[in-house]
Ligand binder design. Sequence first.
Ligand code: PLP
Length: 395
Amino acid sequence: MISSKMRPLVENNSVIRMMFEEGKVMAAKYGAENVFDFSLGNPNVPAPEEVKQAILDILENEDPVKVHGYMSNAGFPETRAAIAENLNRRFGTSFSERNIIMTVGAASGLNILLKTMLEPGNEVIALAPYFVEYGNYVRNYDGKLVVISSNPEGGFMPRLDELEQKITPKTKALIINNPNNPTGVIYPAEVIEQLAAVLEKKQKEYGTVIYMIADEPYRELAYGGADVPYLTKFYANTLVGYSYSKSLSLPGERIGYVVIPDESDGAQEFIDAAVIANRVSGSVNAPSLIQLVIARCVDAQCNVGYYERNGRTLYEALTKMGFECVEPQGAFYLWMKSPVADEKAFVAAAKKHNILFVPGSSFAGPGYVRISYCVSYEQIERSLPAFEALAKEYF
Ligand code: PLP
């Protein structure tokens, strides 16, 4: 018999995953080229060639016992040192390998950070609309997710007055996902400064530590050279969770890291505890071969321009058809207003045209839908007549 903690998870199984499965069934029925699946954030741009070359070279030339073996729980020292050096060079930080722990993607990184910091009943704040798994991750450690709304008129920036009201003595962290899934917006430096100022004020008021957790799988997917502020520079109690799932198109390889800066509260104790959290949560040792790949490919880049072109093409076409969309600045998601209040009805209408996208209520953003455009450009082009037919139902 399953536990009572699992029961609601089974009942509310991810809408996104279900749509992805449904898309596969529809593709078998109608032909893959006639189904326009924009449901899942699974990168279609291939991993950079350097990644493949590094894998081949490591397998050919490195000691197989090392390549496939356990390593120290925080990860290979050379990988962590390469990451620290990369971050210091790009963001003017002063990390060393000590501050970096390799993780099984961002999902595991966030879980480790939360496991390390949360007492039962502690609160973690998310800025709506947000990645739906945050609630599950927080509940894993008997914490409570508190949601702050954002301002659609102001480019989906968080409502600072609401943040200030909702921080309590139990607040342990604020998660910031930048560039954002699902809106595709980038929170600029001035917004980060404002958020940091509220946290600083509340830390002082309550005499507590409130972490800012930067969830950064999309950091490198910023368009037109847009600046994605590096949060440790804005707020001392910042912890970073990074992933190569999207930036190097390696989601199935499960590789990422967390950064615990020396400036953060009780840093060394937190680092030691997070390494143990990594072990006892069962994700001990992030995949070894890919850790060694990262050490060699730390400066590699995927083709961000491909996503940018997809996003721009969809944005321009859908806007012209009459849909209201948020102009994409990064990540690979287009956030579109549903032409009817119940966006689930709109999602169902789109499905009749073989278009699959995700209702915004899955991200605490009802009235909107998320269109995930990490798909081939050809799929975008082929889907436009179907979107046109959908638009005709409303405008
Ligand atoms: N955070 C956000 C905002 C995401 O969108 C995702 C995945 O889509 C993750 C975390 C988890 O990423 P990973 O594959 O690195 O575990």
